[in-house]
Design a binder for this molecule. Structure first.
Ligand code: ADP
Length: 609
């Protein structure tokens, strides 16, 4: 709008300037026109006199040149008069030129007549005509002169007046230009000032809004208008609304996460890089009996019993082993009471930098259950295995005839009873082994040995069983060194061999192979027990290594298995940092394999056992 006002003003200014210039131009044209009229009128006076003069001279001399001159002058008069008639606009002037024409035309006709008479040689008649008409011509001439003078005077007046008028017009233009430029400058200044104030006040509101947003105060109402600042203000309000929504969402999320952290039954701690507590959730407070203030900045190691090997190096060591690693430790409450905890530590990146997130679980109940289970296993071991062993001893004596000969039926019954008692003792032994391994109470005793010794012991143990089932066992001759718990590895091999014999048809061969294999880092000794029995279906290849998992339910009754053997093998092999598995084609046989780290690496691994 403001720009439009300025534009209208500019248009008016230019229009007026154009009009003034036009007026000057008109004045200049009038001057030029007056000059031309004066020149033509002056010429007319001259050619009228010339015409009369040449006509007179022709009359006197009959010189044809004079006649030609007369005709030329006469023709010029004929041109000038119409020109004047056409170019004079002033009514008075037009009237005077008309009356001049009226006066002049009969005079010229008379002159033409005289010239014609002379041409025809009628000199006397011409002279008589001239004498007769002279009196008529005198007044005509007298009238003609003032008429022409009047015309000349009028035009001269115009010629004289025009420069003054032009000067006045120029002056007007000058003044107008000065006023116009001054007005222009003032208008532009006023406009700039107005816009500056307007923009400034709008910008002030915008800045104030920014300050209010950062201070969390309500914003000024949206600025009206379609200018850029108003649009910016509008966008700013939209952005502020969006931020507010996001903030509320964030707050709601934060509240949800906080309530989860506060209510979760697991203790959470955020530890600085120097293991000082930076955050503890209420569960930790309840667990250790400290108030939040007492926990913050306390060293984490103060919450752990000194008997535990929680050296300052342990935490980083836990972190390097895996992203999350769990250890069982003893926690110390504020009142110095100790309780078992399970601790997991992982690294997290917070805004403040790299931190450790410790998850603490109070495992008092679990430990109690474990203790009870161990007590129960110990009781079973003692209360069940001991009498069973004596029953088995008695049955053996019975079967070998130490108490005299038995009837056929009694002998069969006693044999079956001994067999079942042996199975029961084996089952109890397996259960005890598993229990010990799971509770970490089954210690391994690694020593330097070799493959040959392990093979010999294992095959000797299974020999009689194999012979009973007419299965031949073939072994390799190799004495690669091994650093393992010999008894436990023999136990694994015996288990695999007895399974192979058990699940092979009689008359078949079970082959043992031992090879050295290695991956990029470690060298291994791999044992393979190959049979030609029923094989293991694909879907059981992993589950049979879990406790009580058998391919067929009848395996326990028909084959005398417990479903615990492979689970025990797996535990023993894994405690040796090894792996175990089976390759099988059902109907064609199976190859049970396990591999153990060999050589130096195995010695290193012994520390873990
Ligand atoms: P079990 O005392 O029943 O033999 P294991 O844990 O040693 O218990 O074996 C689990 C199951 O794996 C067995 O019941 C049997 O179904 C299957 N199995 C083990 N070894 C063989 C084998 N050599 N051939 C076929 N099946 C086997």
């Amino acid at each position: 709008m403001l720009v439009c006002v300025l534009l209208v003003f500019e248009l008016l200014f230019i229009g007026t300037l154009y009009k003034l210039l036009n007026e000057t131009e008109v004045e200049a044209q009038r001057e030029e026109h007056a000059k031309q009229v004066i020149a033509k009128a002056t010429r007319l006076v001259k050619v009228i006199y010339d015409a009369g003069d040449f006509a007179e001279k022709y009359a006197l001399t009959q010189d044809p040149l004079m006649k030609t001159n007369y005709q030329d002058a006469r023709a010029e008069v004929g041109e000038i008069v119409p020109w004047l008639k056409a170019n004079l606009h002033d009514e008075e002037e037009v009237e005077s030129i008309r009356s001049l024409d009226e006066t002049m035309t009969p005079a010229m006709q008379m002159t033409d007549y005289v010239v014609r008479l002379i041409d025809e040689g009628k000199l006397l008649k011409a002279a008589a005509f001239v004498r007769k008409k002279q009196q008529d011509l005198q007044p005509v001439i007298k009238k003609l002169i003032p008429q022409l003078e009047h015309l000349l005077n009028t035009q001269k007046k115009i010629e004289l007046a025009t420069p003054k008028l032009q000067q006045a017009a120029r002056e007007r233009i000058k003044q107008f230009l000065l006023i116009g430029v001054a007005a222009n400058i003032m208008l532009a200044l006023a406009l700039a000032l107005f816009l500056f104030r307007r923009i400034n006040s709008k910008l002030d509101i915008l800045v104030d809004n920014a300050k209010r947003l950062s201070a969390g105060l309500p914003l000024n109402s949206v600025q009206k208008g379609k200018d850029e600042i108003s649009v910016l203000d509008h966008v700013f309000h939209e952005m502020a609304d969006f931020l507010k929504e996001e903030e509320e969402l964030l707050r709601a999320n934060e509240a949800r996460v906080r309530s989860i952290i506060e209510k979760m039954p697991v203790g959470l701690l955020v530890l600085s890089e120097h293991d000082a507590v930076e955050f503890a959730n209420p569960t930790i407070e309840k667990m250790f009996g400290y108030s939040p203030r007492q926990l913050i900045n306390r060293r984490f190691s103060e919450l752990i019993a000194t008997s535990e090997p929680l050296t300052p190096e342990l935490l980083p060591a836990l972190l390097t082993k895996a992203a999350i690693k769990t250890v069982e430790l003893t926690g110390v409450k504020k009142d110095r009471a100790e309780f078992p905890i399970e601790l997991s530590i992982c690294s997290i990146t917070l805004m403040a930098g790299e931190r450790r997130l410790a998850t603490v679980l109070d495992v008092t109940e679990r430990s109690e259950i474990q203790r009870l289970r161990q007590a129960f296993v110990a009781m079973v071991s003692h209360e069940l295995r001991t009498p069973l062993s004596s029953v088995r001893g008695y049955l053996t004596l019975l079967n070998i005839g130490a108490f005299g000969n038995l009837s056929e039926d009694a002998a069969t019954g006693a044999e079956r009873a001994e067999h079942n008692v042996v199975r029961l003792i084996a089952l109890i032994n397996d259960l005890l082994d598993l229990e010990k391994m799971e509770s970490g109470n089954l210690s391994m005793a690694p020593s330097k040995t070799n493959v040959s010794a392990i093979l010999t012991q294992s095959i000797d143990a299974i020999k009689q069983f194999a012979e009973e089932r007419a299965v031949k066992i073939e072994r390799p001759e190799t004495d690669s060194p091994l650093y393992v718990d010999e008894g436990r590895i023999v136990q694994v091999l015996v288990n695999l061999l007895s399974n192979a014999v058990k699940y092979s048809p009689s008359g078949s061969v079970v082959t043992v192979e031992v090879t050295e294999v290695s991956d990029q880092l470690t060298a291994y000794i791999e044992f393979r027990v190959i049979d030609t029995g029923a094989g293991v279906p694909e879907q059981f290849k992993e589950s049979i290594f879990e406790r009580f998992q058998q391919v067929q339910a009848s395996d326990s009754t028909e084959k005398g298995g417990t479903g615990l053997g492979l689970a025990i093998c797996k535990m023993i092999v894994e405690q040796h940092q090894g792996t175990i598995g089976v390759v099988s084609e059902p109907g064609k046989g199976s190859t049970f394999w396990f591999k153990l780290p060999a050589g130096e690496s195995l010695v290193g691994a012994s520390a873990e056992l």
